[in-house]
Design a protein around this ligand. Structure first.
Ligand code: IMP
Ligand code: MG
Length: 182
């Protein structure tokens, strides 16, 4: 966790990658693509807490067809910047059985989180799996899963804002920032 002055310093030292209006354009593009693809499938939308909370909250009112909503809570990073063990706080449950499922997350990094979610959801007998991520990080190697709907491509840097945190801070920013490389 960052204290108040550490959080402010991190933001002051960060680089703005995408401003809030670019973020909003990306969300609208994703919503249009989802509307075009899933309108007749009555999907169960699963939002991955806590990073997807901002993206999901803006995306949902832009979807113009009937759907059901639930959430998962899984964290991979804990409070550390490096990828690690997956920790399920709320795992997928039986309500996915037989459903077209759309999992919404903030960012596809190495893809391990989305891959694990997909495995659990399919094991529980979902009819079809889709994923939407606000951002796809260009990590320069292949990922175990690809997202069906992607808001924006991001460079292989640690980013925060728009739901993504840096040591717990700044999920509330409307824009995307990257930690400066030294
Ligand atoms: P993956 O399993 O490597 O794809 O990691 C995906 C998860 O890690 C996402 O749900 C994010 O919560 C988190 N994550 C990955 N990259 C970043 C980042 O640059 N900033 C903040 N969170 C990140
Ligand atoms: Mg996450």
């Amino acid at each position: 966790m960052l204290n108040d002055s550490q959080a402010r310093t991190v933001l002051a030292d960060a680089e703005l990658l995408f401003a809030a209006d670019e973020v909003q354009h990306a969300v609208r593009r994703v919503a249009q693509a989802i509307n075009a693809t899933l309108a007749d499938q009555h999907p169960l939308l699963l939002s991955v807490m806590g990073g997807a909370v901002v993206f999901t909250g803006q995306l949902l009112p832009m979807l113009d067809f009937p759907l059901d909503f639930d959430y998962l809570h899984v964290s991979r990073y804990g409070n550390d910047k490096r990828g690690g063990e997956l920790h399920w706080k709320v795992a997928p449950r039986e309500n996915v059985t037989g459903r077209v499922v759309l999992v919404v997350d903030d960012i596809l990094d190495e893809g391990e989180t989305m891959h694990a979610i997909k495995q659990r959801v399919m094991e529980l007998g979902a009819a079809k799996f889709y994923s939407a991520v606000f951002a796809d990080k260009n990590i320069g190697k292949s990922k175990p899963v690809h997202a069906d709907f992607i808001g924006m491509e991001l460079p292989n840097r640690f980013v925060f804002g728009y739901g993504m945190d840096i040591h717990g801070a700044w999920r509330n920013l409307p824009a995307i920032y990257a930690v400066k490389e030294h």
